[in-house]
Design a binder for this molecule. Structure first.
Ligand SMILES: [Zn+2]
Length: 168
């Protein structure tokens, strides 16, 4: 197992679409394990493959308190969403920035697990938000894309400053 490097905002890979996972290989299983470990190490509740430099449609999520129940979602797809709510959101690729984002409070998602079984999850609240956030990553979308222009520009400026100072 290994702690992987997390790509940060500005990295081109975060703006590229991920490819469908056709086969759950040994490498995918190992990558999933490393991603779970990396997510816990970084104190996140979700991590998508492109965030660790792999353009593959899968992600890991764990919104539990004890962080012992990771869900590995391969080829996740949101098939239903309702009840929009505003929650504070952050991202391991945009560390230290938290903003309010409006998303579905309830979603149903289909995915394949590491054993190749088809699963369906009915999620609400933080888990529903995490699923939407991670699936967005697979489509090259980031949470700051939902913010009003002026807010996003403030964040981009701040990141530029951090980069100059070598803190990014
Ligand atoms: Zn993220």
């Amino acid at each position: 197992m290994a702690i992987l490097n997390i790509e940060k905002y500005g990295s081109k890979i975060l703006r590229q679409k991920s490819k469908h996972v056709d086969k759950i290989t040994k490498d995918i299983k190992l990558l999933a394990k490393d991603m779970v470990e990396t997510m816990y190490f970084a104190k996140g509740v979700g991590l998508a493959a492109p965030q660790v430099g792999q353009l593959l449609r899968f992600c890991v999520i764990d919104v539990s308190q004890d962080q012992k129940s990771p869900i590995v979602m391969i080829n996740p797809e949101i098939v239903f969403g309702e009840d929009k709510k505003i929650l504070n959101e952050g991202c391991l690729s945009i560390p230290e920035f938290y903003e309010k984002v409006k998303r579905f409070d309830k979603v149903i998602a289909n995915y394949t697990d590491l054993d190749g079984s088809k699963k369906e999850v009915k999620a609400q609240g933080v888990l529903a938000v995490a699923i939407q956030h991670e699936v967005d990553h697979l489509d090259a979308k980031l949470f700051i894309d939902y913010l009003p222009d002026f807010k996003r520009k403030v964040i981009e400026k701040e990141i530029k400053r951090k980069k100059k100072a070598g803190n990014w």
